[in-house]
Design a binder for this molecule. Structure first.
Ligand SMILES: Nc1ncnc2c1ncn2[C@@H]1O[C@H](COP(=O)(O)OP(=O)(O)OP(=O)(O)O)[C@@H](O)[C@H]1O
Length: 446
């Protein structure tokens, strides 16, 4: 009898260990919550002081503090690490808020993040400054970018769309009011279209006008036609549409000056024009020319894009440009336009120059990270902006059909914008959701 119970106990232990091993590989979230989090929390609590000490993240307390707390001279008190303000476990890692003592700055912790990662046995440690004097250590227990699951709280709101997951387990949010103009670069099959799909899926439920410029004959964006205020699929149509957008920008500036304000968001809500997001797929198609006649069109397009990129933020017109490369080889105006697109997302690239085109001017440290994105991880990218900060991100896998379904669901949100009416794509009432040539763009020219 006792032999049997021993065997049963052993079987339970083996099954339990096997289950945990399986969970570690197949369900890392579950494994982290059951095993990783308590173990890491314990390890962190027990070794915090000594780890910070060996990593050089302690400072001698001030004379006043030494006297008040210990009633001894400053030199007799041990150096102190940053004060722990809060420790919080999440489904992907551990967040620790620290109050920095005088003499330490966020950069000191950033420089030590690799050492902290090893000390606490976690997948990654990133440091974010939350407010002056405070930082958050964001530890992840496992590789959250292997299978992307967006945080439940990440919802589109205002003009901000959570579009991908960062390496530290938080959502990467594309916020048009903070970064109005952006450029997405990447090699073939690196995940640019999926990035734009996630963006469109989020934008579709917000009160914005969406404008598509897809010179690959609309193969990607035609599926989103029900939610688009305008869609053009050839460079000629794009030139006409961009002229209209520049005229719209002028009218909106007249409105601002009539009300004595310099930004659309300062207008009373009832007077505020609807924000417009212009999504340009494969921007090189707009720059390339094959004849003398094309040259004039190219000039028109480039001038309009530069004017919009330089000024349209204040009147709520935003550019989201996507392409494989975007450098001086595209001709006059390309680098000038690129400089205005300060939000950058660079997917896997074929050469270092492309990574430099996308990142060197805003976040030089990120260039190397973009060059290391593996081909077997499509959708992975480096996101940066002119603040100098950057993060590795990966989009959730969203199919074209999924994004198209969302666009149909929110088709009633297409705002009335008379200027764009001639470019409104015609959507057959009973059209299938994501057929390759779902809609015929309709362009009415005078
Ligand atoms: N986040 C992701 N997770 C998993 N698979 C992805 C992800 N993003 C993209 N993929 C896959 O990678 C492949 C290429 O993606 P996508 O079409 O977005 O690339 P692209 O850069 O737009 O390519 P192209 O320039 O050729 O149009 C697709 O099969 C897609 O399903």
């Amino acid at each position: 009898m006792s032999d049997l119970s021993v065997i049963l106990d052993a079987a339970c232990v083996v099954a339990g260990a096997g289950g945990l091993g399986y969970a570690k590989v197949r369900a890392p979230r579950v494994y982290w919550s059951l095993v990783g989090l308590p173990v890491t929390w314990g390890r962190f609590t027990l070794s915090y002081r000594s780890t910070m000490d060996v990593c050089g993240l302690t400072v001698q307390p001030s004379r006043f503090r030494a006297f008040v707390t210990r009633n001894v001279a400053r030199r007799e008190v041990l150096p102190v690490p940053p004060k722990i303000r809060r420790v919080r476990g999440t489904s992907t890692g551990l967040r620790v808020t620290l109050r920095l003592p005088a003499g330490l700055e966020p950069a000191d912790l950033m420089a030590a993040s690799e050492r902290l990662r090893h000390a606490w046995g976690v997948h990654s440690v990133t440091i974010a400054e939350t407010k002056p004097g405070y930082v958050q250590l964001r530890m992840t227990g496992y590789d959250v970018l292997r299978r992307v699951r967006m945080p439940r709280t990440a919802r589109p709101e205002g003009l901000a769309v959570p579009v991908a997951l960062r390496e530290d387990g938080t959502a990467f949010v594309r916020d048009y009011r903070k970064v109005p103009m952006a450029l997405t670069l990447g090699a073939n099959s690196s995940g640019k279209s999926v990035y734009q799909r996630n963006l469109i899926k989020g934008l579709a439920e917000l009160p914005v006008a969406l404008v598509g410029i897809d010179c690959k004959r609309g193969v990607e964006q035609s599926a989103y036609a029900p939610r688009l205020s305008a869609l053009v699929t050839t460079p000629d149509e794009a030139a006409a549409l961009l002229d209209v957008l520049v005229a719209e920008m002028g009218e909106r500036f007249d409105l601002l000056s009539g009300h004595g304000v310099s930004d659309m968001w300062d207008l009373p809500e009832e007077l505020r024009p609807v924000p417009v997001v212009v999504l340009v797929d494969e921007v090189a198609e707009l720059f390339l020319i094959s004849s003398k006649k094309d040259e004039e069109r190219r000039e028109r397009i480039v001038t309009a894009l530069i004017r919009l990129a330089q000024m349209a933020r204040a009147v709520g017109i935003y550019l989201e440009v996507c392409g494989q490369r975007f450098g001086s080889e595209l001709g006059r105006g390309a680098t000038m336009l690129r400089a205005q697109l300060t939000g950058r997302v660079v997917h896997r690239v074929n050469d270092k120059q492309t990574a430099e085109m996308g990142l060197a001017d805003v976040a030089p440290d990120a260039v190397m990270a973009a060059g290391l994105i593996p081909a077997e991880r499509p959708g992975t990218a480096v996101a940066a902006d002119s603040s100098g900060g950057w993060a590795k991100i990966r989009t959730p896998h969203t199919s074209r059909a999924e994004a198209a379904t969302v666009c149909r669901r929110f088709a009633h949100l297409v705002p009335a914008l008379p200027a764009l009416a001639p470019f409104r794509p015609h959507v057959p009432v009973d059209a299938p959701v994501a057929g390759p040539s779902l809609v015929k763009p309709r362009l009415v020219t005078d």
